[in-house]
Design a protein around this ligand. Structure first.
Ligand SMILES: Nc1ncnc2c1ncn2[C@@H]1O[C@H](COP(=O)(O)OP(=O)(O)O)[C@@H](O)[C@H]1O
Ligand SMILES: [Mg+2]
Length: 375
């Protein structure tokens, strides 16, 4: 098979979010696993400022600080000009490569939240993972929980406050927050990950500090009942008929699964499978699939739960549409333990992306005009 006949897969990583470096680690594993007999890989990095760059072996060039060898590139929002374009003096000057499918390995804002997915929709390029709606619902912890409640999926009591309310009426916000539940309360930026900006509040003064801290990172802040919970996670894979893996459990190093516990402390542990009763395991898998369908998930998602240690009640906490993807990350490890090794998982995600694109192509766009301008 010539390189032109192979499927051209653009792997995009890095990005403008705080999870830039985590994304590079996930991308390393994805790039290692993609079968070069089957795919021609185009590596694309988005730098922390949002610039797009491509080249041969981008990750290695980044590791060796050879960034001068990278070329500026862009994807146009124009479906009649699909693919990756070279930029010169900030102008697109020609097609660098066709893109049959894009694998966004970007965590957090501008990668996992539906914005990149929107660009790929406009460009009419197939891509791995959730579409615009599921991506943005998975990102916003506030609206996400409302959708779960509408589907009778158990979530902890919570409320969203705006930064402007916190800045102009802190007393009122605190009074309202205290009606959610007794302390401890968790305060979180609505649209962020990696536990950045999250505070466990045991007192009113913690709460007022936590509200300010979270509002540094988002204009929407979630306050939620805090529990003493076990962290149960399950991997979901598929489009219209998603499947759930066996669940796993995280034993965080600290008081909760904070940024430090996630990335800095080596003492957080993964238990695969999670020590659950068969009934609990079935419940976790059933709710995970329901939640995935409720947000119109596609491709993949990791669905995270909190299991109350005191009462045994299970609560859905969040859905991550681009979960950590290193070989030792929970998402692929749960599939491995369920009988799907990492390289086959990556193949399956690409197939699902192409299937979803085909399905989307069947949708009639009645408003489409027949005339092309300026051609
Ligand atoms: N309501 C809660 N009760 C108990 N612990 C919580 C609660 N909300 C969050 N946590 C703890 O904080 C961690 C991060 O919160 P999470 O909502 O998952 O945000 P992120 O998107 O940053 O991972 C969780 O894994 C858990 O350890
Ligand atoms: Mg989380």
């Amino acid at each position: 098979m010539s390189s032109q006949d192979r499927l051209q897969v653009g792997v995009i990583f890095g990005g403008r979010s705080g999870e830039h470096d985590v994304s590079l680690m996930s991308a390393r594993s994805v790039l290692d696993a993609l079968d070069r007999q089957k795919y021609t890989i185009i590596e694309i990095v988005i730098d922390p400022e949002g610039g797009w760059w491509a080249g041969e072996h981008v990750l290695e060039m980044l590791a060796n600080h050879q960034t001068q060898a990278l070329q500026p590139v862009t994807i146009l929002p124009d479906p009649t000009r699909p693919g990756l374009y070279r930029l010169q003096d900030s102008m697109p000057v020609g097609l660098l490569s066709r893109l049959d499918v894009v694998f966004p390995v970007l965590h957090g804002t501008f990668g996992e939240d539906g914005t990149l997915q929107g660009l790929l929709e406009l460009a009419d390029i197939a891509y791995v993972g959730a579409g615009v709606l599921a991506s943005s619902l998975g990102m916003d912890k506030g609206v996400f929980k409302e959708v779960m409640r509408a589907h009778n999926i158990p979530v902890l009591e919570s409320r969203v406050f705006l930064r402007s309310e916190i800045e102009h009426g802190l007393e009122h916000v605190i009074a309202q927050a205290e009606t959610i539940a007794p302390y401890p309360l968790f305060v979180k930026p609505a649209n962020l990950g990696s536990s950045v900006g999250i505070t466990k509040c045991r007192t009113r003064s913690d709460l007022s500090e936590g509200l300010y801290e979270a509002s540094r990172y988002d204009r929407r802040v979630l306050v939620e009942r805090g529990i003493n919970g076990r962290e149960i996670e399950v991997s979901v894979l598929g489009n219209d008929q998603p499947q759930a893996s066996i669940p796993g459990e995280i034993i965080p190093a600290g008081d909760f699964y904070s940024y430090e516990a996630k990335y800095l402390d080596e003492h957080s542990r993964l238990l695969i499978p999670a020590p659950l009763t068969p009934e609990q395991q079935a419940e976790v898998q059933k709710i995970a699939v329901e939640a995935y369908l409720a947000i119109d998930g596609a491709g993949m998602a990791r669905v995270d739960f909190l299991l109350d240690k005191d009462t045994g009640s299970l609560y859905l906490n969040e859905v991550n549409t681009i979960p950590g993807f290193t070989k030792i990350s929970m998402y692929p490890k749960l599939w491995e333990a369920s009988g799907l090794p990492y390289p086959q998982l990556v193949d399956r995600l690409i197939e699902l992306a192409l299937e979803r694109k085909q399905d989307r192509n069947r949708t009639e766009r009645h408003y489409r005009r027949q005339d092309n301008y300026g051609a």
